[in-house]
Design a protein around this ligand. Structure first.
Ligand SMILES: [Mg+2]
Length: 316
């Protein structure tokens, strides 16, 4: 493996991890707002509204997955459950059910018995490191995305959402920057092939992206926002985030499109940022978004440092 290959793996892996962080922090101030309200207030929102780009549960749980890969050299759900518990900060916008999950982990209940029957996007929002780490093997992406999601989510839609998002990250990671634009139908069909046996309806939801033409950003936003109910339900929000990636040509446009869809904006932004970051790399994330990211004990530099410790494992 050449140094340039290592550099590209690092660029893409950091891109996906910080892509999650950036999308989360950009979308957080307007979480729950419908598209029309965001648009009337900001036009197209494309700046960090707050002085400090603070992350929410999406990024905090992604950090737990990074730490698991650093500690074990592979994904391990028991270790990851412990990391989720150790990192848990109730001020980070966690869903109600996660408080119970964390409490059960604290009580020593095994990782595969603490989750709930949630169809939410919590398994998908944090999954970027699994898609990057196992990028060369779609079967491994699927198996580890399921293990990861099952810590918190047992509903087929919640599991399929995590596998779909991890697969999108893995395919974007594999995609060379010189290989031309993503082929939308092929990209979506490869994801559907990974999830159909988990949830029959998920592929149909992904197919909703196919007829949307690549017109102006505002028209694409309106098309996606009218097709999907942009709640925290995985079968709605994961296809929307994947759509934000396949219907744009840059990291910036993918994330701007995602956070302006409205609804669960921090998570849709985090997921679109994870996929776009895996494709375009760290070097394409706008500096005006990177600079304000919180950088305390487990902030921006910590995320980069974790990835730097993981990428050499990909080269062995
Ligand atoms: Mg969140």
């Amino acid at each position: 493996m050449e140094d340039s290959d290592k550099d590209q793996l690092l660029d893409k892996f950091i891109g996906s991890a910080l892509g999650t962080f950036v999308g989360d922090a950009l979308g957080e101030p307007v979480e729950g707002w419908p598209h029309g309200v965001i648009y009337s207030q900001f036009g197209l929102l494309d700046t960090m509204i707050r002085e400090e780009g603070r992350y929410t549960d999406d990024t905090q749980m992604m950090i737990g997955i990074l730490e698991t890969l650093v500690e074990k050299g592979r994904f391990d759900p028991a270790v990851c459950a412990r990391k989720f518990k150790e990192n848990f900060d109730p001020g980070r916008g966690y869903g109600r059910r996660i408080f119970g999950v964390v409490e059960r982990i604290r009580q020593g209940i095994p990782w595969d018995q603490v989750g709930t029957d949630s169809f939410g996007n919590g398994g998908a929002m944090r999954i970027a490191p699994i898609g990057c780490f196992y990028y060369a093997d779609l079967e491994a992406i699927k198996a580890n995305a399921i293990l990861n999601a099952r810590i918190t989510h047992n509903h087929p839609e919640g599991l399929a959402g995590a596998v779909a998002q991890a697969t999108a990250v893995g395919l974007a990671f594999q995609h060379g920057l010189s290989s031309g634009p993503i082929e939308v139908e092929k990209f979506l069909d490869s994801i559907t092939a990974q999830v159909t046996d988990i949830d029959k309806g998920f592929g149909e939801a992904l197919d909703g992206i196919k007829p949307i033409p690549r017109c102006s950003m505002l028209e694409v936003i309106e098309a996606i926002a009218s097709r999907y109910n942009l709640s925290l339900r995985a079968i709605e929000s994961v296809p929307a985030a994947i759509g934000a990636f396949v219907l744009t040509d840059s990291f910036r446009d993918a994330v701007v499109l995602a956070v302006n869809l409205g609804g669960d904006t921090d998570t849709i932004g985090a997921m679109a940022g994870a996929i776009a970051g895996a494709c375009y790399g760290y070097g394409r994330i706008p500096e005006e978004w990177l600079n304000p990211l919180e950088n305390g004990e487990k902030g921006r530099d910590y995320v980069i440092d974790c990835v730097k410790r993981i990428v050499p494992l990909l080269l062995q």
